[in-house]
Design a protein around this ligand. Sequence first.
Ligand SMILES: [Zn+2]
Ligand SMILES: [Zn+2]
Length: 390
Amino acid sequence: MAPFESMDISEDVLSSSSSSASSPNSLSASEECAVCGNDVVNSSRYGAPGCLGCIVFFRRAIVRNSVFKCLKDGNCNITNEYRCACRYCRLQKCFTVGMRAEAIQRRDLVGPRNPLDIKANLRNLIDIPAGSDTTIDESKENLLQNLVTLQAEQFVKALQYFSDHGLTTHPRRAESHDVNVMLKLCINQASEWGRQLKPFKRLSIESKQSILAEYGFAFLLVDQGFKTAKEAKDGFWLLQNNSFMHSNYFLGVTEEMEIEATTNKKAEYHEKFVSELLHCVAKPFRDLEIDEIECAALKTVLLLTPSFSKRAVYSGQEGYVAAVHTQCMEELMEHSLNKFPDRGEERFGEILLLISSIRCGIKAIYNQTRVSDVFNFREFDSVVKDILLS
Ligand SMILES: [Zn+2]
Ligand SMILES: [Zn+2]
């Protein structure tokens, strides 16, 4: 049996991704943002239906006491397309349509708490009551910041593990042992990531495994894609311990390596596989110069929006999923606006598009293991196999 046959990799892996760009708790389709007319309404909690961009814009403006100036006559047209053009008029419009500063909860005004207090903050997150969306602002400040702290700890732990096990290396060709270790590492870390988030934490063991079988790869692609984009030369895909894959299957082969007698077909598949990873993941990560917060946001969204065939796993906890997803989207939007004040909303969209790029990469991994199994997934140790092949 092919190792991934039982995983039901449906053809919708790609098409299902488009829905992840919209918030799962969007209101009815007939409503639109009262400020800019965007037809994806995030919530009405500030007094009028607003899209994510306008909600975050309004909160930031109030929390920061921003003073804007109109360069025209204070009567600019605020539309979905041009809403960023005049912040003065956009804020006026927020008030005109009924958004109220008092509706912003006190905790919003207090600002970030100590980001190192990760346990307390995550505990807050884990205690959100089901289906409630009124506590979103209250209880979960700094979700992404907390996850970035966890991510940094995980990077450090991984390096420690490599050094303890003689896996730290100068760049060299990755062998199946490297791939095996990275996969195991990512499944462990992905599972630790999931335990910070209530919707995942509450799943049965079987459901967790089912999610991790797919999500482990997503997690791995984000971490390796991030490292590759930052550190690798063109054409190389880097694993966490600096071993690499190159589209030329034979590049970096040394005499000591036990490369099994390889057909040309296998080398050909390998070339296709690595090229796909580089093209789908490394290139957009590099072009966008994505940062740690954006990686954390991608990992979180990918955990909450598995491919279509697995989505039912979260049934019964849509409220939790929606709450965490919304929190993640808002913080990503806020981050994008901080990083690129003039084109934050565009940046936000570019980051979300990476979700389908990553799904492309996952598909490449599935195809690769199915047709050639260069890295001998069948031989992987039992922890990995239990999760991946269950
Ligand atoms: Zn809007
Ligand atoms: Zn104006």
